[in-house]
Design a protein around this ligand. Structure first.
Ligand code: UD1
Length: 385
């Protein structure tokens, strides 16, 4: 069997790692790993390959950053010859980034079947670029691997035949289970002044913030409202904020650097950080997992972080009005708080003061059991051999 596995951006790498590991057992299968190059800096790409033990990509399309149309078109142009040369039985795409849609479209037009891992998630908000990528990818894929029952329902409602849909669980949880023990040995807490040298456990309470959605960071007013609310929480406990490059640019452009605490050039915090919002460079997978696992509270607009905090049992406030991952609300530790500063502050405070314990503490959704990659490989091999 010949398969192409595609990855382009940071969250994709977490999803392909378990898949490639599960496939390694079948030595007669030829699996080609294609990196589109949508993310290319060391922090967003190389460090993830290292931490997740992903082999070097066989091919890197090197597309880099551009507008949506240019980036999507560039991936398509460069991916087509790969398919022409390799002639796979299936192309496996993951998640909802521009590379996911671009490679799906290219493969389908080439007459090659596509498997979409993390199919069916819907925010019902078409202003999100990811929602468009999800809708279009699912409409033309042949194998749709869903993480939660709502995704199966969404696909059925959109007219996808039942035989194409497989409820297999959450592949990111495979990576989390496999790498959490290793993450706990990471030096990140010490590096950030949150743990003493010998102790891998945090010695003080802290919160974690991540922010990168265009709707939150590209509009200066929204970005200001969010950062001011988080800065208010930062008066109660240090907030560690690994800053995505998109967000970094927008913070500087909006003149908001003064809301963030100064750091040394190396990104290391000298001693235990006092209160405030501490901007640090994007962290690697193992570092971020460890940081998140011991946080009192996580504030985020990421999709994956909503799921990871649910599995870790860490309270999560999602800085969006909607989520395409509703199971994290009904069975997890997630709560939608939008971008209203008063709401962010009140909900954050309620968690810090122990007045709001997530209702479904440590109840992990069905099939989020670390075996999703195995299920996917079994299904694909049975269908395509
Ligand atoms: C992309 C995905 C988003 C995903 C996110 C994870 C799309 C439409 N968006 O958003 O779904 O949640 O990745 O991070 O596919 N940049 C760098 N280094 C890099 C890559 C990007 O500095 O390696 C900077 C560039 O200035 C670029 C900006 O970040 O213009 C945005 O990058 P891009 O890949 O367009 O989108 P993300 O915001 O990362």
């Amino acid at each position: 069997m010949r398969a192409v596995v595609v990855a382009g951006a940071r969250p994709n790498f977490v999803k392909i790692a378990p898949l490639l590991h599960a496939w390694r057992r079948f030595r007669n299968d030829h699996v080609l790993l294609v990196h589109t190059g949508q993310h290319y800096t060391r922090e967003l790409s190389e460090f993830f390959f290292r931490d997740l033990q992903i082999p070097r990509p066989d091919i890197n399309l090197g597309v880099g950053s551009a507008t949506h149309a240019t980036q999507t078109a560039e991936v398509m142009k460069r991916f087509e010859p790969v398919l022409a040369n390799f002639r796979p039985d299936v192309v496996v795409v993951v998640g909802d980034v521009n590379s996911t849609l671009a490679c799906t479209l290219t493969a389908v037009k080439f007459g090659i079947r596509v498997a979409h891992v993390e199919a069916g998630l819907r925010s019902f908000d078409r202003s999100m670029p990811e929602e468009i990528n999800r809708l279009l990818t699912d409409a033309i894929s042949d194998f749709l691997f869903a993480t939660e029952p709502s995704a199966v329902r969404n696909l059925r409602r959109e007219g996808i035949p039942a035989h194409k849909i497989y409820f297999v669980g959450n592949i990111m949880v495979d990576a989390l289970h496999k790498f959490l023990p290793r993450a706990q040995r990471s030096a990140v807490l010490h590096k950030l002044g949150l743990a003493d040298d010998k102790h891998r456990r945090a010695k003080i309470d802290y919160a974690v913030l991540t922010l990168h959605r265009p709707a939150n960071v590209d509009a200066p007013q929204t970005l200001t409202r969010i950062l001011e609310a988080v800065a208010r929480l930062g008066e109660r406990l240090p907030v560690i904020f690994p800053v995505h490059p998109r967000t970094r640019k927008q913070i500087t452009a909006a003149g908001l650097d003064s809301l963030l605490c100064a750091r040394r050039a190396s990104g290391r915090l000298r001693a235990a950080p006092s209160r405030g919002v501490w901007a640090v460079k994007p962290l690697s997978y193992l570092e971020f997992l460890h940081l998140m696992s011991q946080a009192r509270l996580v504030l985020t607009d990421s999709g994956g972080v909503q799921e990871e905090t649910t599995v870790l049992g860490v309270p999560c406030l999602t800085l969006r009005e909607n989520t395409e991952r509703p199971i994290t609300l009904t069975q997890g530790t997630n709560r939608l708080v939008g971008t209203d500063p008063e709401r962010i502050w009140k909900e954050g405070l309620a968690i810090l003061e122990g007045r709001r314990v997530p209702r479904h503490w440590r109840r992990v959704p069905r099939l989020w059991d670390g075996k999703t990659a195995q299920r996917i490989v079994t299904i694909l091999r049975a269908a395509l051999r």
